[in-house]
Design a protein. Structure first.
Lengths: 289, 327
């Protein structure tokens, strides 16, 4: 029983980390640009597929770096071409646009790589089980945890201490003032958008190695990522981080005791949080709300 | 001096042109069964357009006339469909009771959830509405024994309606069924128009234009938004109940956020500042989708492109576009 619970908690942490990577990117874009990026999960899928294409040439390690970068650049280009003109308009337009992009990217993935799943095999060196008793502790899963921890730590350090990061945080609070202080807000938003998409691409490569690739692999992660943001509190990236892991673990634990409820439990958590603490666990009053 | 344009004519009353536009809409809707087959359509396509138009107009009550963005109206559409379907399947043979049950389920769901989120603003509000839609989706999806799960709820049939000695055979006669839907549509649209012309409707428009100023005037903004949200979900659930009757089927995809997105694009495509805009948007979108999905396997790309093109090039929608052309 203990092994079963541990197994599910561990699984939950892994899934939660994917939620976290998704949700952090989504939240950064939401906070600074006010855009709910419906295509976020499709950028994740693109990340996985690009890695699949790149691995024969530059290996898994190369693909792990290059694939998210390519996806990030695609995100950057889309931001500059089609999303930027919508900043001054009603938020419904950017929502609809990313909604349309999600359809298009998903269809492209389906057409190019087929609607059946494809495997993305991590190198053998990290794909070994570590312990016989705790069979679920494969090297790849520990590797995922390591990469996500390093990435998230780097992201928070960047946002906290670098000049660009401070500007992003300041822009989240009051973009007008930041612009008035002479900072190029357009560049800031483009960069921030690209960074958010980069995180989705990275999650795509990691998730591809864990659960395989298929054209709508991101769809199952998108809504939980929304919930992670709502539960954690809009405007707080730390909250998003906690929210993602909490709902990942909660869903996995529910699988042990009440399998059919595993999907619903994250929504129950959301409703409870909304009733008890409407701004989310770490949300600040007045942030976007 | 005439400054009226076609678009304005669709939404204002008074001049003879406006009455003409209104007349045109109703003549077209009433004569559909006569000419639609001749141009390659079929009556149930028209019925579907009407149903989506009703849902999109209901959504637009909130989106276009209160200025509050919901991206989760599929929830109430789907609740209406399931409420209607489940009632026909488990409880009764009465189509009218089933519709009523669907409306109740959707509207109560909307009222409760609306109360929970009404203080949230903007995109955050939209995100919460999406989440609620997904809750309903997962419940319908995973409650196999009750809702039929992934396969949807099959095995119910719409039944002829008995009104005293009068029997309306909506079961076997598609034309009668179309007119039944049109009648429901007309009643709902009438209610909507009356609401919008009432002081209550004017207050909603004031909230849309300047929420802060409305608050300073002493208008209880949250309560009005909640009422508008609930009314809006009422229309969506009426449409959902009718949708279940069209298909004799309720499936989880009616609750999916894709339907929510479709409803929003219908409203925007037709013109979300116009009363009749969503009807025109629904007609274009449903007909296009019907055609594209049978013409190509890459229909998703084309539907996505419709979204992108409308947003980038026709943000005011068809009626907003026509408004610039003098009549």
């Amino acid at each position: 029983m203990l092994t079963l619970v541990l197994f599910n908690v561990f699984n939950g942490v892994i899934i939660g980390l994917f939620y976290v990577l998704m949700a952090l990117g989504l939240a950064m874009i939401l906070n600074l640009s006010g855009v709910i990026n419906f295509a976020h999960g499709n950028f994740l899928a693109l990340g996985g597929y690009f890695a699949f294409m790149l691995i024969p040439y530059i290996g898994f390690w190369g693909a792990l770096v290059v694939s998210p970068l390519i996806v990030g650049v695609i995100g950057l280009v889309l931001e500059r071409t089609v999303i930027r003109p919508l900043y001054t308009r009603d938020p419904v337009y950017s929502l609809l646009l990313t909604f349309g992009l999600a359809f298009i990217i998903q269809d492209i993935c389906r057409t190019v790589w087929g609607s059946n799943g494809l495997p993305l095999t991590p190198p053998d060196s990290i794909n070994q089980p570590i312990s016989a008793q705790f069979f679920f502790l494969t090297g790849y899963r520990l590797f995922i945890i390591g990469i996500v921890v390093v990435t998230v730590a780097a992201l928070f350090l960047f946002l906290r201490y670098s000049r660009m990061g401070m500007r992003i945080r300041a822009g989240t609070l009051d973009l007008e003032t930041v612009a008035a202080l002479g900072i190029n807000v357009r560049l800031l938003r483009s960069f921030n958008f690209g960074l958010g998409i980069f995180l989705a691409g990275l999650a795509g490569v990691l998730a591809g190695g864990q659960i395989g690739l298929n054209p709508n692999m991101g769809d199952d992660l998108l809504l939980p990522a929304f919930i992670a943001i709502i539960v954690g509190g809009v405007g707080s990236l730390i909250g998003t981080l906690i929210g993602g892991i909490v709902i990942g673990v909660a869903a996995a634990l529910t699988t042990v005791f009440f399998p059919s409820g595993s999907e619903v439990v994250i929504y129950v958590i959301m409703i409870v949080v909304l009733l008890v603490r409407p701004r989310g666990l770490l949300g600040e009053e007045g942030m976007l709300t | 001096m005439s400054t009226t344009t076609i678009g304005e004519a669709f939404e204002r009353r008074g001049s003879y042109r406006d009455k003409l536009a209104l007349l045109l809409i109703w003549v077209v809707l009433l004569t559909v069964p006569l000419w639609l087959p001749a141009i390659g359509g079929y009556t149930s396509l028209a019925a579907r357009i009407l149903v989506f138009a009703l849902a999109a107009m209901g959504l637009n009550f909130l989106l276009g006339f209160t200025g509050v963005m919901s991206f989760g109206h599929a929830a109430y559409f789907g609740l209406g469909a399931y409420g209607c379907g489940l009632t026909l399947f488990y409880v009764t043979n009465s189509t009218l009771l089933a519709i009523l049950a669907g409306i109740l389920l959707g509207t109560i769901g909307g009222a409760l959830f609306g109360a929970l989120i009404v203080r949230r603003k903007g995109v955050y509000f939209a995100m919460l509405t999406i989440a609620f839609g997904e809750i309903c989706y997962y419940i319908a999806y995973s409650w196999n024994s009750f809702t039929g799960g992934y396969d949807g709820l099959r095995g119910f049939q719409r039944q002829p309606i008995h009104l005293g000695p009068l029997v309306i055979d909506i079961q076997n006669n598609p034309t009668v069924f179309y007119f039944f839907i049109l009648a429901v549509f007309a009643v709902c649209v009438g209610i909507m128009a009356l609401l919008l012309r009432s002081p209550f409707g004017r207050t909603l428009i004031a909230i849309r234009e300047n929420q802060r100023r409305a608050r300073f005037l002493g208008i209880p903004v949250e309560r009005h938004i909640w009422m508008s949200f609930t009314i809006s979900t009422f229309f969506a659930s009426v449409a959902g109940a009718l949708y279940a009757l069209i298909n004799n089927f309720a499936d989880p995809t009616t609750l999916n956020y894709i339907i929510s997105g479709d409803l929003v694009i219908m409203a925007v495509m037709g013109g979300m500042r116009s009363f009749w805009g969503p009807l025109i948007g629904a007609a274009i979108f449903v007909a296009l989708q019907d055609y594209i999905s049978s013409a190509t396997v890459n229909w998703m790309s084309f539907v996505g492109l419709i979204f992108v093109i409308v947003v980038l090039f026709f943000p005011r929608g068809v009626l907003g576009y026509l408004r610039r052309i003098p009549l």
